[in-house]
Design a protein around this ligand. Sequence first.
Ligand SMILES: *[C@@H]1O[C@H](CO)[C@@H](O)[C@H](O)[C@H]1NC(C)=O
Ligand SMILES: *[C@@H]1O[C@H](CO)[C@@H](O)[C@H](O)[C@H]1NC(C)=O
Ligand SMILES: *[C@@H]1O[C@H](CO)[C@@H](O)[C@H](O)[C@H]1NC(C)=O
Ligand SMILES: *[C@@H]1O[C@H](CO)[C@@H](O)[C@H](O)[C@H]1NC(C)=O
Ligand SMILES: CC(=O)N[C@H]1CO[C@H](CO)[C@@H](O)[C@@H]1O
Length: 575
Amino acid sequence: MSTVDIKTWAMIFLVISQTLFIETSSSKLDPFAVKKKRMSDKVRKMFYHAYDNYMMYAFPHDELKPLTKTYTNSLSELGNLKLEHLPQEYNGTALTLIESLSSLVIMGNETEFEKSVLWLSENLTFDVDARINLFECNIRVLGGLVSAHILATDSTNRFTKKGSYRNQLLVLAEELGNRFLPAFDTPTGLPYAWVNLKYGVMEKETTETSTSGCGSLILEMGALSHLTGDPKFESAALRALRKLWSMRSSLNLLGTTLDVQTGEWIEYSSGIGAGVDSFYEYLLKAHLLFGREEFWRMFQSAYLAVQKYFRHGPWYHEADMRTGRATYWQLTSLQAFWPGLQVLAGDIAAANSSHREFFYVWQQFGVLPERYLLDHQMLHPTEKYYPLRPELAESTFYLYQATKDPWYLEVGESIVDSLNLHTRVEAGFASIRDVTTMELEDHQHSFFLAETCKYLYLLFDDSFLVNTNYVFTTEGHPLPILSSWHERLPEAYIPSNWTSLKGEEQQKRASAMSMKICPALNCGNGRQPVESICHVPDARAHHRCLADEDCGVDSISCRRRSCSISGYCGLWLSV
Ligand SMILES: *[C@@H]1O[C@H](CO)[C@@H](O)[C@H](O)[C@H]1NC(C)=O
Ligand SMILES: *[C@@H]1O[C@H](CO)[C@@H](O)[C@H](O)[C@H]1NC(C)=O
Ligand SMILES: *[C@@H]1O[C@H](CO)[C@@H](O)[C@H](O)[C@H]1NC(C)=O
Ligand SMILES: *[C@@H]1O[C@H](CO)[C@@H](O)[C@H](O)[C@H]1NC(C)=O
Ligand SMILES: CC(=O)N[C@H]1CO[C@H](CO)[C@@H](O)[C@@H]1O
């Protein structure tokens, strides 16, 4: 077994040295350049097929029904499984257009971006009698507007009509943020899941919400506070996040659903999928965006608990937050984002092994089914759908960024091919109702444009990322990493700490994308493979360490890490 260890170390070292030392801009040496160009063109065509048909048949309503060539005002339906309290007089908020703005910029269509921003500037209003899901509206609408505002005002000068953009999207975003605030008016500070945009929280509103629902607001609301100079949005989101974190169990686990009035858990079982996923994602990404050590500490504890209690080889099951005992053995399509997050955390080997399993399931069915019962090795009887979800494409993009292993380009190509084969129809892309029959459903979700197409495009053409480091929100909207937004720069961002590198590339490479959040520095002799601080060892059976030798050297302190009694590497037990 110890040769496996050595291989793993060698590989980690190789990946790191590739990322750090090899000149990546010389595309003429890249044998994959032609393929990448062909594939990015293909993805661009997919995006426009979805976008143009939305504009033709659905705009300014929310989403396209591609089979019947009509629309749905779905912002009020998102997360509303029983379709209760639907508005009578709501005609949509151009949801898919808002979600497309950053994709238009990434694909280089500044004319269409300008036109859309100006349309929204003049025509969008949130003074509507619609009860919306706070989480969905935050990630899709607030995130879309805030990101587009930043892209409209950065140094790139994307607008031809000078002076036509006067922060209208930011004004709209602030108005929306204000309409969110009544939801936070609870004894716990945990927000209601539902709020009416015009009238606030409705009478007898349900007090039940999810961990994601109150733990994934900080990126958008924090960015809004930084842009407007008004701290109230960030404060509300932060208060909710801190309260949520205080409700963790002694194992550092959280449940899936809770009561916002009492602050008590309703569902004690949780995993990394639906209802919890973006909570973990936002802890790490908030640290990247705002440079607060508090987020990092939360993330590291939460991440280690996930790896300890949910992970079984490359799979993740659910467990009871109180006991850590496994509850449900299910693979869900949403979990496929996890390897992407692991890349940001520097845990490449674990990301790679999980990602492969998700891709094998994708290959087995042609797409990823919503839920698969690992213990019975069968599809969940009522969740056989695939609604054009982005998570596997997203993870593939992150893994390719980190490793440059061309295998991930093949994965991307295979995803593109199956989407075109199974979901492309005359007027857009349709969701799949049943992956065993490939029967279609009349819905093109806005996240197909905001995320699925965007991540596939970025996999083959990442020129958007060359000059700025971005954090992508859980809906795929880019927010730039600005040192002026950082409370305190993580040490990994301070070039003088980079003992092994010289030159101006350093600053640029201090990026979430190049693993600097869990940096692997060169400790002294230059040949010793150094572990990333966040890595949970992957080499042994059960993915735990047996001896201190398995744990390598901590990249920040350059101290040897040691293996704890329960089989985890760290500094906490070092002698
Ligand atoms: C929605 O559209 C209908 C039909 O065009 C119109 O009568 C109604 O006033 C609109 N509602 C709102 C809130 O704009
Ligand atoms: C931008 O999008 C519009 C609408 O789809 C399209 O007509 C135009 O050709 C696109 N421009 C570029 C440069 O891709
Ligand atoms: C606002 O919407 C109206 C009706 O669709 C349209 O005529 C007008 O041009 C829009 N404003 C902008 C700036 O596009
Ligand atoms: C990913 O896993 C495959 C199969 O185990 C292995 O061949 C490859 O080297 C791994 N890549 C990385 C970057 O860990
Ligand atoms: C780990 C490490 O070397 N941290 C150092 C980074 O740089 C600052 C200031 O130069 C030092 O104070 C840290 O100790």
